[in-house]
Every structure is written in C-alpha cells, then in structure tokens.
Design a protein around this ligand. Structure first.
Ligand code: DC
Length: 210
C-alpha cells in the first residue's frame, strides 16, 4: 500500500532531520527534493550559466541526470553531496528553482523516484503537499521562529548566526514570493511550530497522525 508523507517548510525548520528519522521509523524511503534543486544549481554554476536566465539554466541541465541514492545526491553519477551545501550553491539555488520549466522537469524526476520506491516515502521540500503530491496521505508544514531557524542552520554549517539569518531571510522571501509553486502550507496540512520542540517530539507528533 502506498504511503506518502509530505514535509514542507522554510529552511532551518527541522525538515531534513525530522524527515529522515520519520522515514527510518516507518521503514520507508526518504527524498530530499531541495537536493535536486541544489544539484541543478551545481550544473548551472559549473557551466558558467546565469542562474536568473531560464534558457541558460535549461541548457546547463539538458541531458544531465540528477538522482538520490542511499542519502547521497548524484549529478550524472558523480557524488555532489558536499558541493550542494556550499555557500555558492545556497546563494544561487532560489534563483535557479524559480524557473517554471526547470521545476516541471525536477518535479517529474521526483515523482518517478518515489514511484521507484514503491510509492512509500517521506518527501521533504517546499511544494510537496501543494504540487508534487497533492494527494499525499499526510501533509506536514514545519515552521519555527526565524531566529531559532538561523541558530540551527549556523550550528550545521559553521557560519555566524547573523550571516545565516540574512541568507535565510533572503531565501525565504524569494521562495515564498516566486510565481510558480511558492512556499506555503497546503490547505489540508498539519502546521507544526518546532521552535520549542525537540526533533523527537516533532517526529512523535507527526507519527500520531498516521
Ligand atoms: O531545503 P533546501 O534548503 O535544501 O532547499 C534549497 C532550495 O531549493 C530552496 O531555497 C528552495 C528550493 N526548493 C524548492 O523550490 N522546492 C522544493 N521542493 C525544495 C527546494
């Protein structure tokens, strides 16, 4: 039987850790769709294309294969798991992911990935409950106080909280105001504010709805 759990929300809300733990607990696959947009951004930057120019972006990813296997992100079978977390990629990914045709292609790849996983997966991103899997069995939207999100991210990547707060704020604004698939909770999503919750508490709360 299929089981798709959509986990959406802004950066630093706890999506990745929570989704990974939840998938482990349920014994199903975990797909990080942000990693697809980041891998596309690696391809764009490597070819010197302008991230704002949709045609150049589409040319840069033409014929490239983006995938995820065993928690690693692949660009044409090359492991780019570390590269996709670089400041350069983080700075350009919102521009790249705003292009509708690029999104259409990556959404298709994400749906195929989940199909290959037997339609049993925890899928995290920005538009999973609204666009990628509007019929998901459960939709969760994780949010948290911006200062707490920045502190969590800075702990993960080692930059100062002030730098991370500015970068997150910029990315949130771009991701929430873009014309195609902006970041927003689906009407039927459970919204969880993770500001004062531990990872385990968030996982528990989600599991209680299943
Ligand atoms: O979750 P993340 O920080 O790795 O996501 C990186 C960027 O990718 C984010 O700023 C917006 C974009 N993204 C998206 O547009 N749609 C998704 N489903 C996932 C991520």
């Amino acid at each position: 039987m299929s089981l798709i759990v959509a986990v959406d929300g802004p950066g630093g809300a706890g999506k990745s850790t929570v989704s990974r733990r939840l998938a482990e607990r349920l014994g199903i696959a975990h797909l990080d769709t942000g990693a697809f947009y980041r891998a596309a951004t690696v391809a764009v930057l490597e070819t010197g294309a302008d991230p704002e120019d949709e045609r150049a972006v589409l040319r840069a990813i033409e014929g490239r294969h983006i995938d995820q296997a065993d928690g690693r992100t692949l660009l044409d079978d090359r492991d780019v798991s570390r590269q996709i977390r670089s400041d350069e990629v983080t700075g350009a990914v919102s521009a790249v992911s705003a292009h509708p045709e690029l999104r259409r292609r990556l959404v298709e790849a994400q749906r195929r990935w989940v199909e290959r996983a037997g339609n049993r997966a925890v899928v995290e991103g920005r538009d999973i409950g609204t666009v990628v899997f509007p019929d998901a069995d459960l939709k969760v939207f994780l949010d948290a106080d911006p200062a707490v999100r920045a502190a969590r991210r800075s702990g993960e990547i080692g930059s100062t909280v002030t730098e991370v707060a500015a970068a997150l704020d910029r990315r949130d604004r771009l991701d929430s105001t873009r014309a195609t698939s902006p970041l927003r909770p689906a009407d039927d999503a459970i919204v969880i504010d993770t500001t004062h919750l531990t990872i385990d508490q968030v996982v528990e709360r989600i599991a209680s709805f299943l």
